[in-house]
Design a protein around this ligand. Structure first.
Ligand code: SAM
Length: 410
């Protein structure tokens, strides 16, 4: 079997991250309990994070979706602030997103290879792995995955096609990504009925007018068809409801198809390059448990706020080396507490992407109610939140528009 040779091809000695619990989010109506929610959002380099997860999750994860940097040699910035509408640049500012810069292709592949090996180890024997790339590196990754999974384990090479502006004048516009889908074993899950789509109206009309149109084979028109291995979904830039401002965010519809096809309720779904948290949001909505990680604080903050909007229960952990404690509230932000409600003054709300009430124990914030600004909204988040925990000391956490985290303790 052909093998890919590049300098730096090795699995470095594993150095597991030391994970520190940062916060636990219980959506309103779900009482906090001593047991942590199963869902985990993890901040750190995924090589160290995955190494730390191996003892607990090796061979247990049903579905892993990976959307790493594509080897574009670009630096991506996030748009943060009140809205991120391209037509109103005065309402947002640029923040550090993530870097996709490499000394060479060898350098990039030496980054990718050990991470692919660890994801393969974490995958359940009946699990499925999706690697999302584009023309820059997908052909090399295909060879690496053939080595790791075995060449017979490639289930599909999926092509995601989309539209969008492009400055290219001397080539066809590059408007597709490649998603390589591999199974770890023969008995992988594929929920065919969960992903069926309606037949093209022309096909329906043809069969309605002539049952012989299919040379004796009449499709079940009402049931719909299995999608082809090329998918059209609009890019997030065109999806106003979904845009977070985090760069290279993927559409929820794309993840929904993957999660529905290759997992069932209660399964573990993981994404160790989670960016704006698309996989976590979709997995949670579909009743799966999630493990998601990213190396940048911007990604973790974006995912955290987005998961709170989706009323998810989850724990946030950070590699101990990255953890920074929240800053104390300035005096003018002091909340008011009355009749089981906490309110924030306008000065604080104007700065808030989101805020939460809860309690602070042993350096961990336990969130019991959350108010989050609607995506791209200019209006502040709601000013009042319920506080019912009579036996605990109130704490308030605020995530500012610039991503800084602030804490008030009663
Ligand atoms: C293409 S983006 C993922 C976008 C995501 N699928 C979404 O829908 O928002 C790639 C992500 O990988 C993260 N990343 C890059 N290197 C990483 C590493 N070593 N460990 C963890 N995350 C990493 C980047 O910070 C970035 O958020």
């Amino acid at each position: 079997m052909p093998q890919l040779v590049f300098s730096g091809k090795q699995i470095p000695p594993l150095e597991p991250a030391s994970l520190r619990l940062e916060s636990v989010v219980w959506p309103p109506g779900q009482s906090p309990s001593d047991a942590l929610p199963p869902n985990r959002l993890l901040w750190g380099d995924n090589l160290a994070i995955m190494s730390a997860l191996l003892p607990q999750y090796e061979g247990k994860i049903r579905l892993i979706y990976a959307d790493p940097p594509f080897f574009t040699n670009r630096r991506y910035r996030a748009r943060v602030g009140r809205g991120e509408d391209s037509r109103k640049p005065e309402t947002w500012r640029l923040a550090e997103g993530y870097a996709d810069r490499w000394a060479s292709l060898d350098d990039y592949l030496a980054f990718l290879y050990p991470r692919l090996v660890l994801m393969h180890r974490l995958l359940a024997p009946n699990g499925t792995f999706y690697l999302h790339l584009d023309w820059h590196a997908a052909p090399y990754a295909r060879v690496l995955l053939d080595e790791i999974f075995g060449p017979k384990r490639l289930i599909n090479e999926i092509v995601w096609v989309y539209h969008g502006p492009s400055p290219i004048k001397r080539a066809f516009n590059r408007k597709h990504d490649t998603i390589l889908m591999y199974a770890k074993g023969d008995d992988y899950m594929f929920n065919v009925d969960a992903v069926r789509v309606p037949y093209n109206p022309n096909t329906v009309a043809t069969f309605r007018s002539s049952p012989k149109a299919g040379f004796g084979k009449v499709p079940d028109l009402a049931r719909g068809k299995v999608p082809e291995d090329w998918w059209y979904f609009p890019v997030v830039a065109r999806l106003h409801r979904e845009r977070t401002g985090y760069p290279t965010q993927k559409p929820e519809a794309l993840l929904e198809r993957i999660v529905l096809a290759s997992s069932q309720e209660g399964d573990w779904v993981a994404d160790f390059f989670c960016g704006a948290g698309t996989t976590a949001v979709v997995a949670n909505r579909l009743g799966r448990r999630f493990l998601c990680a990213d190396a940048t604080q911007q990604a973790i903050q974006t995912s955290r706020l987005r998961l709170m909007r989706g009323q998810a229960a989850f724990a946030v952990e950070a590699d101990q080396q990255l953890y920074r404690p929240p800053q104390p509230f300035p005096a003018e932000w002091t909340p008011a507490v009355e009749d089981g409600w906490v309110s924030l003054p306008q000065a604080a709300l104007a700065q808030a992407e989101g805020w939460e009430v809860g309690y602070w124990t042993d350096g961990v914030f336990y969130s019991t109610a959350q108010a989050v600004r609607a995506p791209r909204a200019t209006e502040p988040p709601p000013a009042r939140l319920p506080w019912k925990e009579k036996n605990r000391t109130l704490a308030v956490r605020l995530t500012a528009l610039d991503g800084a985290v602030w804490l008030w303790q009663g």
